[in-house]
Ligand binder design. Structure first.
Ligand SMILES: Cc1cc2nc3c(=O)[nH]c(=O)nc-3n(C[C@H](O)[C@H](O)[C@H](O)COP(=O)(O)OP(=O)(O)OC[C@H]3O[C@@H](n4cnc5c(N)ncnc54)[C@H](O)[C@@H]3O)c2cc1C
Length: 375
């Protein structure tokens, strides 16, 4: 087995590992180890690609606000195509959901970001919504579609331009403490480094077990998405993303077609998630109840895992019981849109610095994300 040395080993080359690696490679020798033959095969390559500053828990919303400038105006040379394309996110409520919409719109950081709409104005933005279904809407104009591949490749390019490299087809099977830090073992390569970053997505608790670190109680949940035809003659590309206020379904334009999801959250073991026919049917049924869309065929469907800990906030920081073992996990359904802030935050905390001032001013606090908050 070949052995090499680095300052930091990052396990997992999804959006989390890639963004942290890109930042760290400016100052450290970084090796990213990915089990699959290409990065982005799991959650990162299966998302709905939404950026919304009002989606998720309060710490997630802070991380999203702190990511916004980067996504809209990435540094020169980071990518050669836009990372985001602005598209409103329209949260809708049926009559029975008006209390839920009211509570959502009253959140202090949500209220300034949205515009309340009558049923008529809501339907004007997305004419397939049924008149007898929608009671009210709330529009976030600053949300966007993210080009996940462009963003992910940007991080990986930045990694290579710095002092870093990506190793694929390499499953981490051993993590042993040594005098200099950690020995990270794959079947063909071992890397010795002072610091290990656990960015293994749904498998992050399994990686902790290899290191003898305490689990954080990560639970992956399967979520399904599918692509169907847009109604003929509709100008669907102009529509906002439409999200049921209880997240029982959402749909959005996608390259001339429509992406639908039933907003499912089925507990799962870490795995290569596959869509279930029932979840696909539920998505179609819920969207058809709310709209005049008639789904005649499913172009394709997929599923991916959204992994959460108990409080649904990410886990970022050193494990106190395992020196040099750093957590970067639990991004749930928000890992794409928060990746600029999460990469920057992880880089600062790995180096032993505090929360960078340009993240703190958006309300990002390390204590919300500490791995030992469950102890
Ligand atoms: C249907 C769906 C819709 C979503 N919509 C959105 C959205 O609109 N906006 C948003 O921001 N987020 C969304 N998400 C969530 C987002 O996709 C995730 O939060 C994000 O991709 C998590 O990134 P990650 O790098 O942590 O995980 P992953 O992309 O899963 O990466 C983890 C990597 O670790 C590797 N790995 C695991 N174990 C090992 C090992 N032993 N050795 C080496 N490598 C290993 C895996 O192979 C994998 O590549 C959605 C997710 C789904 C499924």
């Amino acid at each position: 087995m070949n052995t090499e040395t680095a300052d930091v080993v990052i396990i997992g080359a999804g959006i989390a590992g890639a963004s942290a690696a890109a930042e760290l490679a400016a100052t450290h020798k970084v090796v990213v180890i990915e089990r699959e033959s290409f990065p982005g095969m799991h959650s990162t390559g299966r998302s709905a690609a939404l950026f919304s500053e009002i989606y998720g828990s309060a710490p997630i919303r802070a991380l999203s606000r702190a990511s916004r400038d980067f996504l809209y105006r990435p540094p020169v040379g980071f990518v050669d195509a836009p990372v985001v394309r602005q598209r409103g996110a329209l949260h809708i409520a049926a009559a029975a959901q008006l209390d839920a919409l009211e509570a959502f719109c009253a959140l202090p950081d949500v209220a300034p970001a949205i515009q309340r709409l009558s049923a008529t104005d809501t339907r004007a933005l997305c004419p397939i919504l049924r008149e007898d279904y929608v009671a009210q809407g709330a529009l976030e104009t600053a949300s966007a579609d993210v080009d996940v591949d462009v963003l992910h490749q940007g991080w990986l390019r930045q990694l290579r331009a710095g002092n870093g490299r990506l190793v694929v087809d390499a499953q981490v099977v051993g993590l042993n403490p040594i005098a200099a830090g950690w020995r990270v073992e794959t079947p063909a390569l071992a890397v010795e480094a002072r610091i290990v970053v656990n960015a293994a997505g749904a498998w992050a608790d399994e990686i902790a077990a290899l290191a003898g670190a305490r689990a954080v109680g990560l639970q992956p949940y399967r979520r399904t998405a599918l692509i169907v035809d847009s109604p003929e003659g509709s100008q669907s590309d102009q529509w906002p993303m439409v999200i049921d206020v209880d997240e029982q379904f959402y749909f959005r334009p996608d390259a001339g077609a429509l992406l639908l999801s039933p907003g499912d959250e089925t507990p799962s073991a870490p795995c290569d998630a596959q869509p279930e026919e029932l979840d696909v049917a539920i998505a179609v049924d819920r969207v058809q109840q709310a709209t005049t869309l008639e789904v005649r065929r499913i172009r394709r469907s997929w599923a991916g895992l959204r992994s959460f800990v108990a409080d649904r906030n990410p886990v970022v920081g050193y494990a106190p019981e395992a020196p040099g073992f750093f957590w970067l996990a639990g991004q749930g359904g928000y890992g794409i849109q928060t990746s600029p802030a999460m990469g920057q935050l992880a880089c600062a905390l790995v180096k032993g610095e505090g929360v960078p001032a340009d993240l703190a001013r958006f309300g990002v606090e390390a204590q919300d994300l500490r791995p030992d908050r469950f102890a």
